[in-house]
Write a protein that binds this ligand. Structure first.
Ligand code: ATP
Ligand code: MG
Length: 266
């Protein structure tokens, strides 16, 4: 049964999509069966996984609306090496429609429950808001991965996120935990980044991942080729950092591979 993780931070442009796509790509390379759910109307994770967002037959929007079965809406990306439940700008309309539904926070969870046993891990790329879409992701997840840049305002943003996680835990999903915080676009030579990083570690302790992701232009170029950076240029510093992160993540979360399990059972 797949474990489900949201990659979230309501701050825009902090590396959520880059983290989701590269973690998915690196875990796929390590032999895990991965599903990436793009829950952002921008559809960047869809494009970054090599799928054409504007010509998707079915998307996460149809699943949230219960207009399509989730299995029909999932596509396998040969180039990226994992499956994708894609998104595009149609999802922007979902918010208003969802708010009028009963059980509005649980639509994604209901969909994912149907296919959860077919994957080892499911990663949800959240939009830069704490909207009903993100709440759907939190209600469906076991854990939350928070990518963050080490700037002054980042700490404020994380406090808001912690408040939302608490609310979801108390009201809907008592399983939800902050799995870890990932420092991205990190440069330890910058004094402010070092200071913010230390503050993070003081507050969150072991929940701050040991791996840090440097600023690396190959990671920014990769989506233009429809590939995760870890596949576009595996030897680049950025790709190597995300590969190490995937290893750290898989170990910490004790992720299991379905094939290995089956062999053992047999
Ligand atoms: P949004 O809030 O809009 O969804 P996001 O949090 O998903 O944004 P990304 O799209 O992953 O952020 O990254 C924002 C920009 O920064 C992109 O152009 C991306 O290519 C670039 N970027 C992300 N991480 C790195 C990195 N480590 N090195 C260089 N560029 C990066
Ligand atoms: Mg994004």
């Amino acid at each position: 049964m797949a474990k489900i993780y949201s990659v979230a931070n309501q701050k825009g442009g902090v590396g959520k999509t880059t983290t989701t796509v590269n973690l998915a790509g690196a875990l796929g390379k390590l032999g895990y069966k991965v599903l990436l759910v793009d829950l952002d109307p921008q559809g960047n994770a869809t494009t970054g996984s090599g799928l054409e967002k504007n010509t998707l037959n079915l998307s996460v929007y149809d699943v949230l609306n219960e207009d399509a079965s989730i299995s029909d809406a999932i596509q396998y990306s040969e180039t990226a090496g994992y499956s994708v439940l894609g998104s595009n700008r149609r999802l922007a309309g979902a918010e208003e429609e969802l708010l009028q539904c009963s059980g509005k926070e649980l639509k994604l969870r209901k969909g994912l429950e149907q296919i959860q046993d077919q994957y080892d891990v499911i990663l949800i790329d959240c939009p830069p808001t704490l909207s009903i879409l993100t709440i759907n992701a939190f209600c469906a997840s076991n854990g939350l991965i928070i990518p963050m840049t080490c700037e002054y305002f980042s700490l404020e943003g994380v406090s808001d996120l912690v408040i939302s996680v608490k609310a979801v835990r108390e009201q809907v999903n008592s399983d939800l935990v902050i799995t870890g915080l990932l420092r991205v676009k990190f440069d330890p030579r910058v004094t402010l980044q070092k200071e913010v990083s230390e503050e993070l570690i003081n507050f969150f302790g072991k929940r701050v991942y040991g791996t840090v992701i440097p600023t690396n232009v190959r990671l920014a170029e990769a989506p233009g080729y429809g590939l995760p950076g870890v596949l576009y240029e595996p030897s680049s510093r950025g790709a190597q950092a995300y590969t190490s992160f995937a290893e750290e993540f898989a170990k910490k979360e004790n992720l299991k591979k379905r094939k290995a399990l089956k062999k053992k059972e047999a």
